[in-house]
Design a protein around this ligand. Structure first.
Ligand code: DGJ
Length: 735
């Protein structure tokens, strides 16, 4: 199967993955129209899908003369611009020097290339060998201005995803301002679809919402300079009847960690259009003659078998082609983090005490969180002063780290390189290094300001400080945090007409700093974080194989947070810890097994004062680590199934992992309430081989895959509220 084909007679492009097909055609007047995205149709070209009608109040291109049936206002297209009579949401908007904003993008040429295009300075899917992917570049041109738009398509046949990005070049003679440059535009000749998106707030990220797409424009967005706790840069579009294992579904993910906008519009002809890209608000990029702008990447996939297949496509694509860290499928050391154990109140004795207790139960990595540097006894001081506070860590960091290494444990440390406190030596030295609007008091958040990391000298200085710390002691893990949204957007280094570039340049600066870190320490395990899950996105996964999922460590709230996250992101990327009870965020008490079963569907670790644990609790905690290590390969590499959702009428939230060869199954869950005289609920597993026989490892009970899927097994009756369950099944030949 050729992943990309062009038929010069019909002028149709066909992109094919193992089970999907994407088609476009160069139509009359060199207009690039979108034909189809869905199930693979073999060699068929579905040109008959374009129906031209004379629609009132929809204009026609000049070249169409009196053919009123050819109107861009209703044609499905690949990438649309202002000023052509298409009044729907659009991919690109520019302003020419004369103040006009028209772009007539016509097909000019194309290239089919082996391998995957690159986006220097930006996160994007990669290939390990050229045959993993193929690239299609289509060049569109606005003849009068010389503006060229190159549409990039990366086709990954094995994981059924197609990536998109756009490169805009000013080949004209005068400067233009790019006002909007979406990464992806996708037309669906359909109505009656639902939009699923992931909204939330600090401590309650990625809640799942499903709503019908109705006439007009709906928008999911972040203008916070980070992908945000509030909306995730990923959406699903599906058939109204689609379920986990039924129906037509599309998934679109933005590989970017800053401002974004995803707009969806149902138009007058009952067609749906979606655009995804950098938010045009507070965005304007100046392009002088010869200069180019490249958008971040967007990834799309299609499933004809419901939502779970969308998740499988994204999980596989991200595990194999986005996460660069070698930890992606390596054992992640079980960690203890001191944040919820001590907050800012600690000294080296307390830290060592926790590390020692951790070692005794089998923990492998000690992570020193916020508060070890500068004059950082609270959250309003010290950011920017990346040298150890010897008033807290007497004897210095290398001595403490050495003692922890002597225990046979790895050492990790917390940093927040994108920030500065007004009460810091760095601010006193360089008050102009933060984002701040001249003549105004800055808006603070958690008492801190954003460093202007769009400036190279600023990011190089900060990274050099951090490198000195990391070099002084052998650090194996870094937690990179960011605890406020970007605000006061103004950079002292850019002229007035380039301030619209600050937010994107800031994001590129963050990526550059992360790149510097992982290049210098290739074996480092990097966990990114943003006040919990405020930057849980595909952009971050290019740098870090795991992201702290939420500051809410309550196991029951985590069921919803991790459920929403699982639609897009692999389970092994979700930072999840067992914390103390009553839980610090909710006051809820749950059994340690329950907290662990939830945290095991993630990176697994502890975040509590282990010195205060009873002997019995330590034994349980130790057993849980052994259990996690046994199931970790399933969590890292298996196919994930959401068996019951947290928001249904269900009294249990259950999920499972099935190994790729379908020989092993892990079922996990939490029963929410213990009812007296309870109803019996049957669990129907999914993704098994109906013919295979599976043995439940604890009881030895044997079932066929068909029985486990179609007849189901009764949900265990709990002995108390919030009791967890975990079953393992293995293929057997026994009768
Ligand atoms: C927010 C993070 O999500 C927490 O885990 C912790 O690292 C704090 N920041 C420290 O300030």
């Amino acid at each position: 199967m050729e992943p990309i084909k062009f038929n010069p007679q019909s002028r149709v492009f066909t992109l094919r993955t193992c089970s999907t097909m994407y088609q476009m055609q160069i139509e009359r007047y060199d207009t690039l129209v979108h034909l189809y995205y869905g199930a693979d149709l073999g060699d068929t070209e579905v040109v008959h899908r374009i129906v031209n009608l004379d629609r009132g109040f929809s204009g026609n291109p000049y070249e169409a003369e009196d053919d009123r049936r050819f109107s861009l206002d209703v044609l499905p297209q690949e990438y649309t611009a202002e000023g052509n009579g298409d009044y729907r949401i659009q991919g690109i908007e520019i302003r020419h020097t004369d103040g006009s904003n028209c772009l007539q993008l016509k097909y000019c040429s194309h290239q089919i290339l082996p391998g995957k295009y690159r986006l220097p300075g930006l996160p994007s899917l990669f290939t390990t060998q050229e045959s993993d992917a193929a690239t299609l570049e289509i060049l569109l041109k606005d003849e009068p201005s010389g503006v060229e738009v190159k549409l990039l398509y990366g086709v990954f046949p094995q994981c059924d995803v197609i990536t998109r990005a756009v490169e805009i070049t000013n080949h004209g003679t005068s400067r233009i301002a790019l006002k909007k440059a979406m990464s992806l535009e996708l037309d669906f000749p359909k109505r009656s679809m639902d939009l699923i998106h992931f909204y939330g707030r600090h401590n309650m990220e990625r809640q799942t919402e499903r709503r019908p797409i109705t006439h007009g424009i709906q928008s999911i967005e972040s203008k916070r300079g980070m992908s945000s706790h509030h909306h995730n840069p990923a959406v699903l579009i599906c058939d109204r009847r689609a379920t986990e294992d039924y129906g037509d579904c599309y998934g679109i993910v933005f590989v970017y960690s800053g401002n974004f906008e995803c707009q969806v519009e149902l138009d007058q002809a009952e067609q749906t259009r979606l655009v995804m890209g950098i938010h045009p608000s507070n965005f304007s990029f100046r392009l002088s003659p010869g200069e180019s702008f490249t958008t971040p990447e967007a990834v799309m996939t299609w499933s004809g078998k419901g939502l779970e297949q969308i998740s499988h496509h994204f999980h596989d694509a991200f595990r194999n082609h986005l996460i660069r860290s070698s930890y992606v499928n390596r054992h992640r050391p079980v960690l203890v983090n001191n944040w919820e154990a001590t907050y800012f109140q600690f000294d080296e004795k307390k830290l060592y005490g926790i590390a020692k207790a951790a070692k005794e139960i089998g923990i492998e990595l000690f992570v020193l969180d916020d508060g070890w540097f500068g004059k950082r006894d609270d959250d309003i001081s010290g950011l920017g002063d990346w040298y150890v506070n010897e008033k807290k860590i007497h004897g210095g960091l290398p001595a403490l780290v050495q003692k922890i290494h002597n225990l046979g444990m790895k050492f990790g440390i917390w940093i927040e390189p994108e920030m500065i406190s007004e009460d810091s030596d760095l601010y006193r030295l360089h008050p102009d290094w933060c984002l701040k609007v001249p003549g105004r008091n800055p808006m603070t958040s958690r008492g801190q300001l954003n460093l202007d990391v769009s400036r190279k000298e600023v990011r190089d200085y900060v990274m050099e400080q951090i490198f000195q710390v990391l070099d002084s002691c052998h650090v194996e893990y870094v937690k990179w945090d960011v605890n406020r949204a970007v605000g006061n957007v103004f950079s002292q280094s850019l002229p007035e007409d380039r301030q619209g570039e600050v937010l994107h340049r800031h994001m590129l600066g963050v990526y550059d700093m992360m790149e510097q870190l992982i290049t210098r320490y290739p074996d480092l395990l990097l966990e990114t974080c943003a006040g919990g899950g405020g930057r849980f996105d595909a952009g971050m996964l290019y740098y870090s194989p795991q992201i702290w999922c939420s500051d809410n460590t309550d196991a029951i709230d985590r069921l919803e947070i991790q459920y929403g996250t699982s639609f897009i992101y692999p389970i092994s990327t979700m930072g999840a810890h067992v914390s103390v009870c009553p839980n610090h965020q909710t006051g809820r008490t749950t059994d340690m097994n329950t907290r662990a079963v939830v945290a095991m569907s993630g990176t697994f670790g502890y975040e509590l004062d282990l010195e205060h644990m009873t002997k019995e609790e330590k034994e349980i905690a130790s057993d849980l680590i052994t259990q996690f290590k046994e199931i970790e390969p399933m969590i890292q590499n298996g196919d994930y199934y959401r068996i019951t959702a947290p928001k249904d009428e269900n009294n249990a939230v259950v999920w499972s992992f099935v190994s790729k060869d379908k020989a092993k199954v892990l079922v996990c869950g939490v029963v929410l309430r213990k009812y007296p005289n309870p109803p019996i609920t049957l669990l129907h597993l999914r993704g098994l081989d109906p013919q295979k026989k599976y043995k439940e490892t604890l009881t030895g009970q044997i079932y066929t895959g068909a029985v486990l899927m179609y007849a189901g097994i009764p949900l265990p009756l709990p002995s108390m509220d919030y009791e967890s369950l975990q079953y393992r099944f293995e293929e057997t030949n026994e009768i």
